[in-house]
Design a binder for this molecule. Structure first.
Ligand code: FAD
Length: 314
């Protein structure tokens, strides 16, 4: 069975060309023309043609299996590493809700985590279970799906060091378990198949005393608080650190600290963070990033590569 967007649903002109595309029915929540700005850290950008919040894995599988293969699909976590362009995202954006946010111990040192679980929940469950080595996830404001996709890392650890395997629902609707070796991990990059949604992951640590794990989590939190604009509308690290260099140092050396364009600004606190100081458009945020890249290339001779994922239409 398929449904069409109906007339009472808000419609932006950016989406008009896509109206009328059929979409499978589902048990979860399907919203046509759903604003994404409230769902991402930058609080900017356009709407999703469709936003789908599946009820469970079976619902997600059936939906993807029945969805027109031409319809693009992308996953959204907490939107903490994302610029959604102002023209919105064509196709279906999939957001994992409560049913995917569970974290459970599966053996002495391993946690089974839902793809929508937050880093805070994973690290605090690890602490309570006496598992060390997952503390760094405390400081990354994303979901398990985003961590697996981005090879999230901090304080000398990254996801590839703790991931055993993950379950993904492929664009075809098929569920597959991918071992860490299949993900082709490099710095802040994985080779997750296009359109695959990470619905679960198993992270392995090592035995640890809960009190000592807490001390490490507190140390990480305090260090974060001191060095990053955590209470701003931001997208985390904007550029990847080039081999052997720090992106923030290059941006600073290029004279970009505090540089502004419309409502977008290079953070004064951490120069590898862009912030939305009020009502920046995504176009302003992205153009500021490009201007920083240009200045770093011109003055430092280094081509910075975006770490932030930029999606949708300008
Ligand atoms: C203040 C701040 C500090 C940060 N510090 C760090 C840091 O120290 N280290 C670090 O690595 N990152 C950091 N980040 C960036 C960000 O938190 C990570 O990249 C995180 O992994 C993104 O997770 P997310 O769930 O919010 O993904 P999103 O930002 O929503 O999406 C990022 C990418 O992951 C994909 N994705 C999301 N969920 C899934 C899923 N279930 N299945 C498949 N693909 C999915 C999206 O399609 C997109 O391509 C920081 C961000 C902020 C705002």
């Amino acid at each position: 069975m398929t449904v069409q967007p109906h007339r009472s649903m808000p419609i932006s002109t950016g989406m008009a060309a896509d109206l009328g595309r059929a979409i499978p029915d589902a048990r979860g929540k399907l919203t046509a023309n759903a604003p994404l700005a409230p769902l991402v850290w930058f609080k900017s950008g356009g709407a999703a043609e469709w936003l789908f919040e599946p009820k469970d894995v079976v619902d997600l599988q059936a939906f993807l299996r029945d969805l027109d293969p031409q319809m693009p699909v992308m996953a959204l976590g907490l939107g903490s590493n994302l610029i959604v362009r102002d023209g919105g995202v064509a196709g279906v954006v999939i957001r994992l809700g409560k049913a995917f946010a569970k974290v459970e111990r599966s053996d002495e040192v391993t946690l089974g985590c839902g793809g929508g679980a937050s880093g805070i929940l994973v690290s605090s469950t690890a602490r309570d279970a006496g598992i060390a080595g997952l503390e760094f996830l405390r400081s990354i404001p994303g979901t398990v799906g985003g961590f697996v996709r981005m090879n999230g890392g901090a304080y000398g650890s990254e996801v590839k060091d703790i991931l055993v395997d993950c379950d993904v629902v492929l664009r075809s609707g098929e569920v597959k378990t991918l071992p860490v070796a299949a993900l082709g991990y490099t710095y802040r990059h994985s080779e997750l198949p296009e359109g695959a949604i990470v619905v679960a992951a198993r992270f392995r640590g090592r035995p640890g005393e809960p009190a000592a794990v807490q001390v490490e989590m507190d140390r990480i939190s305090a260090s974060r608080e001191a060095s990053q604009p955590l209470r701003s509308k931001t997208g985390g690290s904007t550029f990847k650190n080039p081999e052997g260099r720090k992106a923030w140092k290059l941006v600073d050396a290029a004279g970009c600290r505090g540089l502004a364009l419309g409502g977008a600004q290079v953070s004064e606190k951490h120069t590898n963070f862009l912030i939305n100081t009020g009502n920046a458009t995504s176009a302003e945020i992205e153009a500021l990033g490009e201007e920083v890249r240009r200045r770093v290339k011109e003055t430092q001779g280094v081509e910075l590569e975006w770490e932030i994922q930029r999606v949708g239409r300008s």
